[in-house]
Write a new protein. Structure first.
Length: 369
């Protein structure tokens, strides 16, 4: 990762994090590099309110400021500006490439604002534009970890080699988050002790990005039934707005499963995935949380490309099909969703059982004296 010609001195740093769950997780290697470069600086992160618990327990920053944008009309944005101004930040690092994220930093009187830029207005708003490698193209076809690490290298002023150690994802779980998970499990009629003794297979059939990313609900149901029949405990997981999709999977199943749809905040989600045996999911944020805890996963790719998330695939089984229309990055498929409908239940079943067998084999080897 290329460095800028000189480091930027800073005592008060604010980092605007991405807007999506998985992108925040993938930003943690770059955030860790910034923390290590300025260990004595006050480091504050800004993130969407619902994602604020994601960095709790990580040790990557001193404070996490939930953004008020979108709350209370224009009052939310004004509150964010006032809070930024009160921080007297001398360095702002803007990871999203939006105009609004750069504008917020400027309105908040951050002394030096740095980021990548494709839009001319954003370029004008930034004090310093980090050079993006030409090989990325306008679609930024590079893993999000390397994207943020490249920006961090520019700001820090030294080369950051993308070694496995440098790209390691960093998440933690607090006692409070564990307690919230236990409360949600009890509310769902499940004993937390049962799941500790027999870690579950978590199936996450939704994707906040849009339905184009989602493998069919009936296929998920068939796979879940096969896994329960194999003796696995299955948890159906869904975030805000995904309860209907999770319900569709549960209704199509013939066997039992624990349903946690819309009942977990991001902190409790971390606690669940940390102790999961296997995650089966679409290309969505949950898979990156699982990767941060080295949990094996089976992931369906439809409208998106694995090139943007190509790191940390050592424990990921990628299921995708080859069609001329993908990757399209559409939220809704305008034709017949062939990219995901053509992936069969048998293929997913074979991938899931193979991943479970590998995990058990590794566990047995590590437990030998």
């Amino acid at each position: 990762m290329r460095a800028s010609p000189r480091p930027l001195e800073a005592k008060r740093i604010v980092v605007r994090l991405p807007n999506w769950l998985g992108d925040v997780v993938m930003a943690t290697p770059g955030l860790r590099a910034i923390r290590e470069a300025w260990p004595d600086a006050r480091l504050v992160t800004q993130v969407r309110a619902g994602l604020a618990p994601l960095l709790e327990g990580s040790g990557l920053c001193d404070e996490i400021w939930p953004l008020s944008l979108g709350q209370g009309g224009g009052r939310g944005g004004r509150a964010d500006v006032r809070r930024l101004a009160s921080g007297h930040f001398d360095l702002g690092i803007v990871i999203p490439e939006s105009v609004s994220s750069a504008l917020l930093m400027r309105l908040g009187r951050v002394q030096r604002v740095v980021g990548f830029a494709r839009d001319p207005l954003r370029r004008w708003l930034l004090h310093e534009v980090a050079p993006a490698p030409a090989a990325w193209g306008r679609r930024r076809l590079v893993s999000r970890e390397r994207f943020v690490l490249t920006l961090a290298a520019h700001v820090i002023g030294r080369t950051l080699d993308p070694t496995p150690a440098a790209l390691r994802l960093s998440l933690g779980v607090t006692e409070g988050e564990e307690a919230r998970l236990e409360a949600a499990l009890r509310a769902a009629g499940t004993s937390p002790d049962d799941l500790r003794q027999s870690p579950p297979v978590v199936i996450a059939p939704g994707a906040s990005f849009g339905p184009a990313k989602c493998w069919p609900a009936t296929a998920y149901a068939a796979l879940a039934d096969l896994l329960v029949g194999r003796g696995e405990s299955v948890v159906l997981l869904g975030g805000p707005g995904e309860a209907e999709r999770v319900a569709a999977v549960r209704e199509a199943m013939t066997r039992d499963a624990v349903v946690l749809a819309g009942t977990l905040d991001v902190g409790a989600l971390k606690a669940l995935l940390r102790d999961t045996r296997l995650l089966v999911a679409n290309d969505a944020g949950t898979r990156h949380v699982a990767a941060a805890f080295s949990v094996p996963s089976v992931v369906f790719f439809g409208p998106t490309s694995v090139a943007k998330t190509a790191d940390h695939l050592d424990r990921v089984t990628v299921l995708e099909s080859q069609h001329a229309c993908r990757p399209c990055y559409r939220r809704r498929c305008p034709i017949d969703h062939r990219c995901l409908r053509s992936i069969g239940v048998e293929e997913a079943w074979q991938a899931s059982t193979a991943a479970l067998d590998r995990a058990r084999g590794a566990s047995c080897r590590s437990s030998r004296p």
